[in-house]
Design a protein around this ligand. Sequence first.
Ligand code: EPU
Length: 450
Amino acid sequence: MDPSTASDVLTVHGGTALSGEVRVRGAKNLVPKAMVAALLGHGTSVLHNVPEISDVRIVTGLLEAHGVTVTRGAGPDTLILDPASVEAASDAAVEAHAGTSRIPVLLCGPLLHRLGRAFIPDLGGCKIGDRPIDFHLDALRAFGAVVEKRPEGLLILAPERLRGTHIRLPYPSVGATEQVLLTAVLAEGVTELSNAATEPEIVDLIAVLQKMGAIISVHNDRVVRIIGVDRLDGFTHRALPDRLETASWACAALATGGDIRVVGAQQGEMMTFLNVFRRIGGDFEVDDTPGSESIRFWHSGGQMRALALETDVHPGLSTDWQQPLVVALTQAHGLSIVHETVYEQRLGFTQALNRMGAQIQLYRECLGGSACRFGQRNFQHSAVISGPTKLHGAELTIPDLRAGFSYLIAALAAQGTSMVHGISLIHRGYEDFEAKLSGLGAVVELGVAA
Ligand code: EPU
C-alpha cells in the first residue's frame, strides 16, 4: 500500500442509499484544452462553467509560467485569460507546474506558433496503459516541427511557420486530434485530418476555435479539414457539462439503490450511457428547461440486469464510463461482459473490487464484441462479472481518476467501513466531491476514522 498522508484518505461508511442533488460544471476533458486555446488568441478569452479541479490549477500554472494572465471573473466559475505577454517559460518551471499531468503536450502547437519552441517534460497522467505520445509527435513533425530528445524531456522547435498537412491517425486519439486542431488553425494552408476522434469535448473545442476565427469543418468518416488563418482573437465560451462525472453520479445512485439529480447535465452527450443505464435497470428523467437542465437518476426497484458491453471511441460507450458501470454491474443478476478497447490496462482496478466480495474474472481475449487491437497482445482487457455479490468494506488505494471514484461508489454500496487512500487523485476531475457526497447522505470522513 502507498504511504499516504491522513488528509489523503477518505473513510467511507457504506450501506446508505445516496439521495439528493449535485451540480456538475464544465467537462474536465474540455476546460484545460479551451484554456490552452486561449494562448492562440490576440485578445482576452473568457471561459464560463469552469470547475475547481486540480487539472484546471495545473493548466493555470503552466499558462502563467508562459506569461498568460489568468484571473477569476465576476462569477466564481469564470476564468479570464489574457495572452498579451506570452513568453518562454523555463523548462524547470514547465516541469514543476505540470507535475504528473499530460497537459504540456497540448501546449506544443500554440507555443510553436507564438514562440517557435515548446518543452515537454516526462509525462504522467493516470496509469491506465502505456499512454504514448507518438501520434502527437508524428503530427507535429508533419507540420514541420523538429523534435529533439533531451535527458530532461523533449524539446520541440519550429524553424519556420508551420505548414498545413495531411495526417491520418492510426487510432482516433482524443489528444492527438486536439493536437492537430490546436496546431493547424494557425498553420499556413490546409490541414486534412483523417481518422479523427469526434468526442463531444472535441466538438466543443472546435466551437471555441471557431469563435476565435478558425475555419474548421467536420466531414463524414472522421475527416476534419482546417484552413489555416493568420490571426486568431480571444473567445467567450461556456464549457459543455461533464458527461463523465454525470455518469459517475448515475452509477452511484444505481449501485447504492439511491436517487440523484445531476444539475447541469444534458442528455445530448449522454445518450449511449443512458441506453446502457436503462438496460441494466436504472431509470432517469431529463429536465431540459433552458437554464435549469438536469438529469435525475435512480434505481428502478427491480432486479438489476447483466449485459455485455464494449467501450469505444465516440459515439460508442466511453472508456471513462466503464469503471463506474463495472461497480454497478457487480449488483446485476447474471454474467456481465465488459470489453475495454480504448486502454489496454483499464481493468486492473477490479482486483480491489474482488477483495470487497465482487466476482470479476479478467481475460486476455476480446470477449463479447468485436476483435480489438489488444486481442493478440497479452493484455487482460476483458472482464466477466458474476452478480449480484454483496460487497464489504476494505482498504483501497486509488490507481487512477475514474477507478478512484468507482472505489468510492463500491465503498458506499458495501456493508461496513472502507479506507480509500490517495483521494487527491480524484480532485483532478471531480469538484468538491467530499461535500457533494455528504450532501447526498453519504457517511464519509477525511482521514482515518478514530
Ligand atoms: N495513443 C497512442 N499514441 C498516442 C496517443 C494515444 O497509442 O500518441 C493511444 C492510447 O494509448 C490509448 C488510445 O490511443 O490506447 C486513446 O488515447 P487518447 O489519445 O484518445 O486519450 P487521451 O487524449 O490521452 C483523453 C481523456 C481520457 C479519455 C481518453 C479517451 C483527457 C485529458 N483525457 O485521453 O480521460 O479516457 O481521451 O476518451 O482528455 C479521464 O478523464 O479519466 C481520462 C483518462
